[in-house]
Design a protein around this ligand. Structure first.
Ligand code: ADP
Ligand code: MG
Length: 708
């Protein structure tokens, strides 16, 4: 037996169970060793029978006096009854529906029994305890634990590991398997260099694996967990440091900071930049003035004004005679960027073009031609900018808005294209996200990115009033909507689905568990336009409409020719309708907090007092807690943290960034650990010759985790 031995070759693994193990990702011995418990039952206290007290979690050690099955009179179920005694007394034990127990333990056997004591008139009793014969069910090779000691047990009389399992597999089975292979833990290659182990006071890998499955005490458990957590984060940091280093070896055009022109441009804007906008712009201008490619993320709440920051960078590129491109994940957004940039560059003599997938072939060809010959300075569009065979004459800067909303393939393409060499050089790269992200976490997730954070809104914005509306107040809410429309305002109604009774989740990111039927755009549209507001102009929007139809509806809404727009989450990012004052969200429990925050950011974009009304069909405590939190908090960063806490980074920031990191134990939010690992990774990357074993491990890990 070795680390690669398939699980099916282990003792007592049949065909069916081997399939079940596979569904947990356990194929071989190595996988088993890395399948970690998620908690432990503390059965360390071994108590004499005469000392048992009602409610205690204990272990009893004694001899089986009697054991037999009988059938319950009423339910016809099998009950196993036993009498156990030690020198202090005897104890009744009962198991339900486990007739096979009489085959495992027999009269005269010495056993450990662990469970909760229940006392009644006849004395103490254990109901359905974990049981184990003794001495020693520990596999033969683990002799170092000493025979006959209580650490020898696997299921009782110790800190007992509890594993996340699926249907048809039991805790006893997995412990039995891990116990068989635990001796091989020491066969794992110690890939972390000795000096790093010492510097960060880390346990050896083999010991850590033994200690996480079968810890003798809390201390061993902690030391073991710490080591394994370190490994997880260390790998991610290694990857980040390596790609940083690689980037450092690439050449990019140095975009000279032309101070006077930039200052004039900023002065020409219809507003004054906020402090953090200025800082972000300055950081970017610094980065792109260097001759290595920039790789920077601007993270800023909805409405914090990221577009203008990107515009300053694009303008600087234009002043240097280069081309820039700005891409958005949806056509609506791309159009809007085009519109905003056209306004911002009103006085500048630069040429902008909009390229999206829905343009006619002829128009497309013209634009593609003038991008190629350098006539166009800044191209705005969707990923069509990359897929339609577009070539730039001198691409210096790639800006991507809401990168995480692009598909995996598209993101790959963006990366490839932007690092593709133009005149022997790579372009600078800037990405923007409105999913607010704490800085420490950003460093962790986007390890090789530099991050600028815009954490304030432009002055003068009114606070959006948010309410979770009780179902019986729905009519009142409609009345309020009517009043707002009469005042000239416009309304969004967001639904989680496009059509009724389909599986379509329409961009919702949460699985719907036990919630009411999801409201759909089409049925709400029917209801609102025919019954509730027959006198108002109601429109609808969703991702399955043709690009032309979407465009038409959006411009109608923008021009005020629609009062109330029923939509899916397609309006989520960036859509700018300053006259809209109510964001009504149906089935709010279907959306993550960050997403709800995006919706809310669609209103309150002018001086009108705005409102966000949430409706939910759920009674789930957790969902309601989330929505209440949302009602009371308007700080995007706080919401992101809460989301993170309640749903985990995979859900919040997309699995590509975090799920693939394959973190089982470590939390991205553990700042101390991240700091340590970052430091260790820097040490290693600075001397790769010395640490070649680490490099091998990182490459293996990258292959396994199919990182982008
Ligand atoms: P986001 O960060 O969500 O992309 P935008 O760039 O769309 O935000 O900006 C939101 C709105 O705020 C736009 O209408 C923009 O013109 C305006 N804006 C941006 N910066 C400022 C500022 N410093 N002062 C006032 N308004 C601003
Ligand atoms: Mg934006």
């Amino acid at each position: 037996m070795n680390l690669s031995t398939p699980i099916s070759e282990l003792n007592r693994v049949g065909k069916t169970t081997s399939k079940r193990w596979k569904s947990l990702g356990i194929r071989n011995v190595r996988d088993l060793l890395f399948y970690f418990p998620f908690r432990y039952e503390d059965y360390r206290r071994v108590v004499e029978i005469s000392q048992l007290r009602d409610g205690d979690m204990v272990t009893v050690c004694g001899q089986v006096e009697l054991i037999a099955n009988k059938r319950s009179f009423k339910t016809r179920k099998v009950i196993t009854e036993a009498l156990i005694s030690d020198k202090s007394g005897s104890l009744r034990v009962v198991w339900f529906n486990q007739p096979f127990i009489v085959k495992n333990i027999k009269t005269g056997d010495m056993v450990y029994l662990s469970g909760k004591v229940k006392s009644d008139m006849l004395g103490a009793q254990l109901i359905g305890p974990a049981y184990e014969k003794y001495p020693g069910t520990r596999a033969a090779g683990a002799a170092q634990y000493g025979a006959g000691k209580k650490e020898d047990t696997v299921h009782t009389a110790r800190l007992v590991p509890i594993y996340p399992l699926t249907y048809g597999l039991t805790q006893k089975q997995i412990r039995f398997l891990i116990n068989q292979v635990i001796v091989l833990a020491d066969k794992m290659v110690e890939w972390v260099p000795k000096d790093i182990l010492e510097k960060f006071d880390l346990a050896p890998l083999g010991g850590a694996l033994r200690g996480i499955h079968f810890p003798q005490d809390e201390n061993e458990l902690k030391i073991s967990t710490d080591r394994l957590k370190f490994d997880e984060i260390f790998l991610t940091q290694m990857k980040a440091e390596l790609s940083k280093k690689e980037r450092g070896s690439l050449q990019a055009p140095s975009i000279i900071f032309k101070e006077e022109e930039i200052k004039n441009f900023v002065a020409s804007l219809p507003f004054i930049l906020t402090k953090t906008q200025k800082i972000a712009a300055w950081e970017i201008l610094q980065d792109i003035s260097k001759s290595t490619p920039m790789n920077r993320l601007v993270s800023g709440d909805v409405g914090s004004g990221k577009t203008v920051v990107a515009a300053i960078a694009l303008y600087s590129v234009f002043l240097n005679g280069g081309q820039g491109v700005i891409m958005a994940p949806t056509e609506i957004l791309a159009q809007q960027h085009f519109y905003s940039l056209t306004k911002l560059f009103n006085n500048a003599k630069l040429k902008l073009a909009l390229l999206t997938g829905s343009l006619k072939k002829k128009e497309k060809d013209i634009i593609i031609g003038s991008i190629k010959n350098g006539e166009i300075d800044i191209a705005v569009g969707t990923h069509a900018l990359l897929t339609e065979g577009v070539k730039f004459k001198n691409l210096n800067l790639v800006v991507v808005d809401e990168q995480h909303r692009f598909g995996v393939e598209q993101r790959k393409l963006i990366k490839e294209k932007s690092s593709a060499k133009h005149l022997g050089k790579s372009a600078h790269f800037l990405s923007m996200t409105a999913t607010p992200i704490p800085r420490s976490l950003a460093l962790m997730i986007y390890g090789d990115l530099d991050v600028s954070i815009i954490n304030e809104l432009p002055p003068g914005r009114k606070k959006i009033i948010t309410r979770l509306v009780e179902p019986f107040n729905r009519e009142k809410a409609y009345q309020f909507i009517r009043e707002q429309v009469q005042k000239g305002r416009q309304i969004f109604v967001i639904c989680p689905a496009i059509e009724d009774a389909s599986d379509d989740v329409a961009g919702s990111t949460l699985p719907v568990v036990g919630s009411a039927e999801k409201k759909s755009v089409m049925s709400e549209y029917e209801k609102l336009s025919k019954i509730t507001f027959p006198d108002l102009r109601v429109g609808y929007l969703h991702g399955k409409l043709k690009p032309d139809e979407k465009k038409e509806t959006m411009s109608k809404f923008k021009e005020g020719r629609i009062d109330l727009l029923v939509s899916t989450s397609v309006v989520e990012v960036g859509v700018d309708i300053p006259n809209a004052s109510i964001m009504m969200i149906e089935g709010a429990e279907n959306f993550g907090l960050a997403q709800l925050h995006q919706f809310r950011g669609r209103v309150g974009r002018s001086t009108h007092q705005s409102y966000c009304l949430l409706f939910t069909g759920t009674f789930s405590h957790k969902s309601l807690e989330r929505l209440k939190f949302f009602e009371q908090n308007s700080d995007g960063f706080k919401l992101a943290e809460k989301d993170l806490e309640m749903r985990g980074p995979g859900e919040v920031y997309g699995t590509e960034q975090s799920g693939d990191m394959n973190l089982r134990l470590a939390k991205l939010t553990d700042q101390e650990l991240v700091k340590k690992c970052r430091e260790a990774a820097k040490t290693v990357v600075n001397d790769l010759k010395k640490y070649s074993a680490v490099l091998t491990k990182v490459r293996d890990w990258e292959n396994q985790t199919h990182f982008e």
